[in-house]
Design a protein around this ligand. Structure first.
Ligand code: ZN
Length: 280
């Protein structure tokens, strides 16, 4: 209800330049709340950070901080292996179900399905024997990246998405799990239940046909609290997924909902900043 009211009054607020101020305040308060919750959770329960990456590549300009350089990514993975036990998402689900989470685990995930995940990230994951899940937007398979955020990059820095053959190579690697991320990278909460079903089911089916394995994990596009709803969660369960992930900057805990498990979006920061980001 608050969301539809905000949508209605947004043009007026933008005109009055109030929207950017309100957005800044909302963002600041949300960040403070996350920091508080993460600190409390870190000392009162077993936590697990699920890291969210997008691209691992070298670019000349990174206007929206979607890219981590291969060198920085290697530093991150080295750090993760030193401080945590990196586990796959399937193992995370097992430990949460069996109540056997130790509190020293971490998971690595990638969203959207960029080709550099295979070319640049996989060799580093293999070097450190680190499992990871790659969530793929199926309408973009094999294409030049052209989402609004991709178009902010200069021509030479724009990415390519994984092809069918490349997805197969990744899926056959024992360290990699493939997950679904809808067909068209839509904000699910904007759609009816039927349209949501089509987006989620299509992506699952296309990926299962490519890799010949069940797709068990799902990441909500955009991943904020209001980017999916109860219908999305219901459908995820109905379609046989065993877990689903948001992007809210929170540490996961043994009592987090496995169908809206939090992740922390990782930018191209050094290890000291990563450590702070993960509340160590
Ligand atoms: Zn995405």
């Amino acid at each position: 209800m608050i969301r539809s009211l905000l949508k209605k009054i947004k043009p007026t607020l933008v005109k009055l330049r109030i929207f950017s101020v309100l957005y800044f305040i909302y963002f600041f308060v949300a960040k403070l709340k996350n920091r508080f919750l993460n600190r409390i959770n870190k000392v009162t329960r077993k936590t697990v950070p699920v890291l969210l990456y997008h691209r691992v590549d070298k670019v000349l300009n990174d206007p929206i901080k979607l890219v981590v350089s291969p060198e920085t990514f290697e530093e991150h993975i080295k750090y993760i292996n030193k401080v945590y036990e990196p586990i796959s998402l399937s193992e995370l689900v097992n430990r949460i179900k069996n109540k056997s989470l130790k509190g020293n685990e971490a998971c690595v995930t990638f969203d959207d399905g960029y080709r550099d995940n295979l070319i640049n990230a996989l060799p580093i994951l293999e070097k450190y024997n680190t499992p990871a899940t790659i969530f793929i937007t199926t309408s973009e398979i094999g294409k030049r990246a052209s989402f609004a955020w991709d178009m902010k990059y200069k021509e030479d820095d724009r990415a390519i998405f994984l092809s069918l053959e490349e997805i197969k190579i990744l899926a056959n690697n024992k360290l990699i799990e493939i997950g679904a991320h809808t067909h068209n990278h839509v904000r699910l909460s904007d759609f009816s239940k039927d349209k949501q079903l089509s987006e989620i089911e299509t992506s699952k089916k296309i990926l299962e046909d490519i890799i010949n394995k069940k797709i068990l994990h799902f990441a909500y596009p955009f991943g904020g609290r209001y980017d999916f709803d109860d219908n999305s969660k219901f459908l995820i369960k109905e379609l046989g997924f065993i877990s689903a992930y948001e992007n809210t900057g929170l540490l996961g805990t043994s009592s987090s909902d496995i169908f809206s498990f939090p992740r922390i979006n990782i930018r191209g920061c050094n290890v000291e900043s990563l450590s702070k980001h993960l509340y160590n």
